[in-house]
Design a protein around this ligand. Structure first.
Ligand SMILES: [Zn+2]
Length: 165
């Protein structure tokens, strides 16, 4: 089922889970996060004043409220800590289960633990300790009103997937 103007991908993407549905520079101060994803980089923001690293990326430091932030890279691989498979109440566009995992990016990562959607893994296959990696994919372009025009903003989104053994 698809609503004409809502981009979604079968079982991979839902606008209801997208933190920032409009990625274009004109609308979004963290557009750099998506530009970096397109280049295969997983990034977040670090405050240049106090050094606080925040994930998800911010436009203002949650510690000192400075907006002087820089982009830093995070590891693109990690290990599963906990898996959550939701079989009920999953957002529209998804077939259950919706699989999320807490991922350990390693002790040297500026952000140690992240929560991510998992794709390309059958139900009940993912377990603690499994190695997972960043997966970036295109999302159907989102029509956006910009000055009196409607533009189609190209988009990407990400999840994590198991590293093939
Ligand atoms: Zn700060």
């Amino acid at each position: 089922m698809a609503t004409a103007w809502i981009p979604f991908l079968e079982g991979r993407y839902s606008p209801t889970l997208d933190m920032w549905p409009i990625e274009a520079k004109e609308f979004n101060r963290i557009y750099k996060f998506y530009e970096n994803l397109r280049e295969g980089k997983f990034t977040t923001t670090k405050c240049q004043k106090c050094g606080r690293v925040a994930y998800p990326p911010r436009v203002i430091c949650p510690e000192c409220y400075s907006d002087e932030l820089e982009w830093i890279e995070l590891p693109k691989k990690g290990k599963v800590i906990v898996v959550v498979e939701k079989w009920g109440g999953v957002p529209i566009c998804y077939e259950p289960p919706l699989i999320d995992a807490w991922i350990d990016l390693g002790k040297d990562s500026p952000v140690r633990h992240i929560l991510s959607r998992m794709i390309n893994c059958p139900p009940e296959s993912l377990k603690e300790g499994d190695e997972v990696q960043l997966a970036v994919f295109d999302v159907p372009a989102h029509p956006i009103e910009l000055k009196k025009e409607t533009i189609k903003a190209e988009r990407v989104f990400f999840a994590f997937e198991p590293v093939k053994k």
